[in-house]
Design a protein around this ligand. Structure first.
Ligand SMILES: [Zn+2]
Length: 296
């Protein structure tokens, strides 16, 4: 069996994968985003729990929220989980547990999982975007992750959609992430409600028909749509899959205005038909992708 672990800014999720079947799931809230020792201790504990559940573990796949030098198996500079900065996490885990370990960016993994087992199952060119503490993404062609030169391809969250826009954790301005991450959504909610509202609550009141909340989601969705149009003009994918906690929650309130803006901004008439759908594998997509790394 293979372990897939997804280390995010809010939660750590793990699964035991037996071929393409999920045998077990665990989830914990991330203890620290900034303290390396605390976070490492928690990662080890999660792995120990999963290892105990299986007879034999053949590999450990780890997804991290941030750019990864895939060739050298090193985490670079994750803007939202700074505890992992420059960490050779794969080597550390491999040494401790004596099990082959691979690390990869979480957006890549969500996209891989969807391309193999989810909404992109029968598609050749699949783009994924994850909306959570940060915004990540990936490009998978013929079931293979496209890494680029060192492994950082697909960081759609840091695509500039407004060069005079909000300041981003990465140091830049107007990145897609500053509008679509949890904190970005709270900022937009302030413009509409004069107080910060969690994406979950904004979704709840929007679903009940609150017009101000629906307007707020429309504005957030339009920002996503600008990003989607850029992606379609760049890669002309068959499908774009939107995942992560925020997308699973907000659903159509977010996706419908995003699609509308995307279609308005795309150059080619035929590319306007690119399908945009919500994740099928939901919150465990990243962890499943981490397990599937050993099929790559
Ligand atoms: Zn940024």
């Amino acid at each position: 069996m293979i372990i897939g672990l997804d280390i995010g800014g809010t939660n750590i999720k793990g699964i035991l994968l037996d071929g393409n079947k999920i045998r077990s799931k665990v989830q914990y809230s991330t203890k620290s985003k900034t303290n390396k020792n605390l976070l490492l201790k928690q990662i080890f504990r999660c792995l120990e729990i999963l290892i105990k559940k299986a007879k034999k573990i053949e590999g450990i796949g780890i997804g991290v929220a941030g750019p990864v030098d895939f060739k050298n198996q090193k985490i670079l500079n994750p803007p939202n989980v700074t505890a992992l900065k420059n960490l050779e996490l794969g080597k550390i885990i491999q040494k401790k547990f004596q099990i082959k370990t691979l690390i990869e960016n979480d957006g890549h993994l969500m996209t891989l999982a969807e391309a193999i087992m989810g909404a992109g199952k029968n598609k050749e060119i699949v783009v994924g975007i994850t909306l959570g503490t940060g915004v990540g993404g990936g490009l998978v062609i013929n079931k293979k992750i496209i890494h680029g030169e060192i492994g950082t391809a697909g960081e759609f969250g840091h695509m500039t959609i407004n060069k005079y826009g909000r300041k981003c954790n990465c140091g830049s301005r107007g990145c897609l992430e500053t509008y679509l991450s949890e904190s970005g959504i709270r900022k937009t909610s302030f413009d509409f409600f004069h107080k910060r509202i969690r994406s979950y609550d904004l979704h709840q009141i929007g679903r009940k028909g609150n017009q101000t909340a629906i307007e707020a989601w429309k504005e957030i969705g339009e920002s996503l749509g600008v990003g989607l149009a850029n992606i379609v003009d760049m890669f002309n994918p068959e499908i774009i899959i939107i995942g992560g906690g925020i997308a699973c929650g907000a659903g159509e309130l977010l996706i419908n205005p995003a699609k509308k803006t995307m279609r308005k901004n795309i150059l080619s008439e035929s590319a306007k038909k690119t399908s945009v759908v919500l994740t099928k594998l939901n919150e465990y997509a990243g962890a499943i992708g981490a397990g599937l790394l050993f099929n790559q």
